[in-house]
Design a protein around this ligand. Structure first.
Ligand code: DAT
Ligand code: MG
Length: 177
């Protein structure tokens, strides 16, 4: 007798998570990391980033032209929360994109499942900004573009995308005095 065994194999993926300025201001970092640890995914990278206009506009480049674009840029830059920074993380593992999106919840915090992060902690301001606490990549192509925007290869502990050797010439940097 043949027994059919269906095994659902999920692809190993990586995804970008941002804890946005409202998430930091509301002291939700620990809470969000605890919820994400339920996924059993691995943290591959983490950093606190001061978001320049250039980075914000590049991250949301596909939304250029939307009526809410300028406010969205101000929000992610921290202009409304006295916190000019976000926490950026890369999660790695099977089905990472969908697992993180599920915990994150729908874009509109009023429509998000109430136990998701956005449903529980997000809000829409009177001027219509979706303050939805966190970002999560939506698909593998977006994840790759976003991870490469927010991290250099050396900041990620796993080898996830191809790298090449390069040399930076005449680059000014700050060193410990
Ligand atoms: P998501 O962040 O769920 O991937 P998205 O990529 O479509 O959603 O949009 C990016 C961000 O832009 C989203 O987190 C909040 C903001 N946004 C999207 N649609 C909006 C709208 N109709 N009004 C106000 N802000 C919006
Ligand atoms: Mg998106």
């Amino acid at each position: 007798m043949w027994v059919e065994l269906w095994v659902c194999v999920m692809a190993v993926e990586q995804t970008l998570v941002l804890i946005k300025p409202d998430g930091l201001k509301k002291s939700l970092t620990g809470n969000i990391l605890t919820r994400l640890s339920e996924t059993r995914l691995e943290i591959a990278a983490a950093r606190i980033v001061r978001v320049t206009r250039e980075l914000a506009e590049e991250h949301y480049t596909f939304l250029k032209g939307k009526p809410f674009f300028e406010e969205l840029i101000g929000y992610i830059m921290g202009e409304f929360h006295e916190r000019r920074k976000v926490m950026a993380l890369v999660y790695h593992g099977e089905g990472a994109i969908q697992k993180v999106r599920e915990i994150c919840g729908a874009t509109n915090p009023e429509e998000a499942d109430s136990v998701s992060i956005r449903g529980a902690y997000g809000r829409i301001t009177t001027s219509g900004v979706y303050e939805n606490v966190m970002h999560a990549s939506a698909n593998p192509e977006e994840a790759e573009r976003e991870i490469k925007l927010w991290f250099t290869p050396d900041e990620i502990v796993y080898h996830i995308y191809p790298v090449k050797d390069g040399e930076l010439k005449n680059v000014k940097t700050r060193l410990w005095a």
